[in-house]
Design a protein around this ligand. Structure first.
Ligand code: GYE
Length: 374
């Protein structure tokens, strides 16, 4: 709460800085920077040093619309963006937390346009519903970079570049691992009774991970008892798991679409007297998850989570690379996927193959956890 208030105050003073100093178009120029220096505000003063550190001598103002603070992944992502786009590194970052609401993101983008930021960075809550506001940004001549989840727009020129994860591949990796694991343990595919605690419906991370599972259910003949959203939060993950446990007494695999849902699901399972683990044949309930934060890998080490498919949140430097390339007049990839790992409780499955590509499985040890940055 305290943190949020401070960033709001900072954002407001930055707005003042931009409004007093920048009257030209969204793309800043040396002249604009000079004009800004003449009308220094508190926020400007804080960035004067950064100005000189920047080779081009210009401070870039970045408006970043963040989804919210729903998960540990998101916290790590916010931290990565804030530490990359810091005053020390030569940026004015206007950060907006949309609290998982698209309408708040649309309002934030409109504010960024009014403030004539140099770039808009959007981490969209869902894929659809962006055409109008991104057209407004385009009309204002402001470049938009999409990070993390994808947007689904009728005109691809409404954004300049996207960087994030291949969420369907993540789901496929997890499902192929489950198939190989069940086969290795001699488990009849028809005896797998799976529930899917989905992410925020309509978010790329949900769409891809749900599809990866659903396709494998169709292919291998597993039972998918239910798929319900847990909104990527621990509280909702727990609530959904509790209600699933009331509806079914034969669940043996819980496919959680992120770590925080898995934490909630584990609490609910244990409160219901279940043992979480990989020994399905002897009544344990297997928990699978995505993200691979430090806390969740600790749960893999203690055998509460059996498989964790990585989703890397450290996008700050990746977005900065795109902006630096654009500033240097270079062209950038329209879409860029991040390489990601798979973490398991043991080496029953050493690698998984998806679309002819093989991905190694890493067995979690304390060393692996210690090396994690988030
Ligand atoms: O997996 C989840 C977060 O979009 C990849 O959103 C992101 C997902 C991530 O809340 O923890």
């Amino acid at each position: 709460m305290k943190k949020k208030m401070i960033s709001t105050i900072l954002a407001l003073s930055m707005v003042t800085a931009v409004l007093t100093g920048c009257s030209g178009s969204g793309s800043g120029t040396a002249a604009t920077t000079a004009a800004k220096a003449d009308t220094t505000t508190a926020a400007e003063a804080a960035t004067t040093k950064a100005d000189s550190a920047d080779d081009s001598g210009k401070t870039l103002t970045i408006g970043f619309s963040q989804v919210g603070a729903e998960s540990d992944w998101r916290t790590a992502n916010t931290e990565s963006m804030k530490s990359t786009f810091s005053a020390e590194n030569g940026y004015n970052l206007i950060f907006d937390d949309a609290q998982q609401k698209q309408e708040n993101q649309i309002t934030a983008i409109r504010n960024f346009i009014q403030q004539e930021v140099d770039y808009i960075v959007l981490a969209p809550v869902t894929e659809t519903g962006w055409d109008t506001v991104l057209q407004e940004a385009k009309d204002a001549g402001i470049l938009v970079i999409i990070v993390d989840r994808m947007v689904n727009v009728s005109d691809d020129s409404l954004y300049t570049a996207w960087v994030g994860s291949d969420f369907e591949l993540e789901g496929q990796k997890a499902a192929e691992w489950l198939n190989s694991f069940a086969t290795a343990k001699g488990i009849d595919p028809k005896s797998l009774n799976i529930v899917d605690i989905q992410g925020t419906i309509g978010a790329s991370a949900q769409i891809g991970r749900t599809k990866g599972l659903q396709d494998a259910v169709d292919k291998y003949g597993w039972n998918l008892l239910e798929a319900t959203t847990g909104e990527f939060t621990q509280a909702k993950g727990q609530e959904v798991m509790e209600s699933m446990l009331k509806s079914y007494d034969n669940i043996n695999v819980v496919y959680c679409e992120n770590d925080n849902e898995a934490f909630g699901a584990i609490d609910a399972l244990e409160a219901a007297g279940k043992t979480v683990g990989s020994d399905i044949a002897n009544g344990e309930v297997m928990v699978m998850s995505f993200d691979s934060t430090k806390a969740s890998l600790t749960d893999v080490l203690s055998k509460k989570i059996t498989l964790n498919t990585e989703c890397n949140p450290l996008h700050g430097p990746r977005v900065e690379d795109i902006i630096k390339a654009l500033e240097a007049g270079q062209t950038v990839d329209k879409k860029k996927y991040v390489d990601e790992s798979i973490f398991a409780v043991d080496d029953t499955v050493k690698s998984v193959t998806v679309d002819g590509n093989s991905y190694d499985v890493t067995v979690v040890t304390q060393d692996v956890i210690d090396q994690r940055a988030y």
